[in-house]
Design a binder for this molecule. Structure first.
Ligand SMILES: Cc1ncc(COP(=O)(O)O)c(/C=N/[C@@H]2CCCCNC2=O)c1O
Length: 440
């Protein structure tokens, strides 16, 4: 490449498309707090937080100090064949902050994908049951084993687990059989457990307490508690995938706390590492100790990423980020709901804390505004904000900013989002501008 090639041009010529999910030509040279800095020194407000991973924003001093300290005298590089203090301390801390009963253990991984894949294998190995239940629209990962138990449109065509049964996710905005409370769906699931998907053959039900990539969908009140009771009747393990919506983001430490049930197994990732790769599974010892060398990768439980995670958990507590996420999120949701009547393409505003979805539709029939949505996120990038869309019809703006987002930054983000919607409706974003960015 010539020396005057842009970073994004060089990306086009060097980085594999296999791992690209692009919405605009964002090329970063840095970041601090809630801002990313592109290669023209432009500062953009990051309302995605790197798909929820940058829970403390960028360059938080607590993470820098913790990682630097871990590197001063590096206690190995994994938990496989030696233990280390940061990993053990993290496991102990997670056992404290994630409610559960009985003897439990913590598995440490790199990503939400390897964590969910581990659970999908371990529950079958431990129970001898070969069936898995999950929801249509669920994104549990991008590896073969996690895709095999997912139901998102992005994973269509990927081999599914032979024992997988998918059921609709309860969506009050687009209710199953017209029942926004989800009771018709519970009847459907119970019928399945008595017929084509015998409950006594099901090892586990994978549940997102807010379905994130499927459209940032908050289930109707009481649904998950009733589902958990139904699962208990058949001794089906409940697996709560909190990779995107856990760890203070929803305005409680654990998102399932909103649902008045305690899952058997909890999966964490993304924000746990504050931008460094670490995930965790917290579950019953009889599952998590089913055997040895069952699910391991060379760098699992390394002291550097474990130290970053400890810094994240400490900072959530020290900076009262559960309350901050709750209050800032409520403020954002109220603001968007207040303008909804004046902006008809905003079909639905939903979320908990700083996990927020804004669904864009073309009409009262709720036709998904898919093309408009991709132009909205592109225009927002031009105006100085970063966020992406989710949903099975790619028409839901997803806001998962750093938990440290301030009220002023929330106002700035709202202003950019609303202006982006107006500009996209006015036709100010050409088809050519977005043609390269296929998104999902
Ligand atoms: C609820 C939930 N569970 C597991 C995962 C997989 O986590 P990893 O991408 O860290 O393997 C994810 C990942 N979600 C995708 C990551 C790929 C880009 C699209 N947006 C996401 O948030 C997730 O949201």
């Amino acid at each position: 490449m010539t020396s005057d090639a842009t970073l994004y041009d060089r990306d086009r010529k060097s980085v594999s498309a296999l791992q690209k999910l692009r919405f605009f030509p964002l090329a970063l040279r840095g970041g601090d707090g809630r801002y990313v800095i592109d290669d023209s020194d432009r500062r953009l407000l990051d309302l995605s937080g790197a798909w929820g991973a940058a829970s403390l924003g960028y360059g938080h001093p607590a993470i820098r100090q913790s990682v630097d300290s871990a590197l001063q005298s590096q206690a190995g590089a994994s938990i496989l064949s030696s233990t280390n203090a940061p990993a053990v301390m993290l496991a102990e801390r997670l056992l404290q902050i994630v409610p559960g009963s009985g003897e439990r253990r913590v598995w440490l991984g790199h990503s939400g994908s390897d964590a969910n894949e581990t659970v999908a294998r371990a529950v079958v190995a431990a129970t001898g049951r070969n069936r898995i239940l999950a929801f249509t629209g669920a994104y549990h990962g991008g590896t073969q084993g996690s895709m095999a138990i997912s139901g998102h449109s992005a994973q269509e065509g990927v081999a599914k687990s032979g024992g997988l049964t998918l059921v609709p996710y309860p969506n009050p905005y687009r209710p199953y059989e017209g029942d926004p409370n989800g009771n018709a769906l519970l009847v459907h699931i119970e019928t399945l457990l008595e017929t084509s998907c015998p409950g006594e053959e099901v090892a586990a039900f994978f549940i997102e307490p807010i379905q994130a990539d499927g459209g940032l969908i908050v289930p109707p009140a009481g649904f998950l508690r009733k589902l958990a009771k139904l699962c208990a009747r058949y001794e089906i393990l409940t697996v709560c995938d909190e990779v995107k919506v856990g760890l203070a983001r929803p305005g409680k430490m654990n998102c399932f706390e909103w649902e008045d049930f305690t899952p058997d197994i909890v999966v964490l990732g993304k924000g746990l590492g504050g931008g460094l790769p670490i995930s965790a599974v917290i579950g019953p010892a009889e599952i998590m100790n089913v055997t040895v060398s069952f699910s391991m990768q060379t760098l699992h439980g390394n002291p550097v990423c474990a130290s970053a995670a400890l810094a994240v958990l400490d900072t959530i507590q020290r900076e009262n980020l559960i309350t901050q996420a709750a209050e800032t999120g409520d403020y954002l949701i109220k603001t968007f709901k207040s303008v909804q009547s004046g902006q008809p393409v905003i079909g639905d505003v939903r979320g908990r804390g700083l996990a927020i979805g804004i669904e864009l539709v073309l009409n009262d029939a709720k036709t998904p505004a898919t093309d408009l949505t991709r132009k909205v996120v592109y225009r927002a990038w031009e105006l100085g904000a970063v966020f992406y869309y989710v949903g099975m019809q790619s028409n839901v703006l997803e806001l998962t900013p750093p938990l440290t987002l301030t009220r002023e930054e929330a106002d700035k983000g709202t202003e950019i989002i609303l202006r982006s919607i107006e500009d996209a409706i006015a036709g100010n974003v050409s088809d050519e501008a977005v043609a390269e960015f296929t998104g999902w």
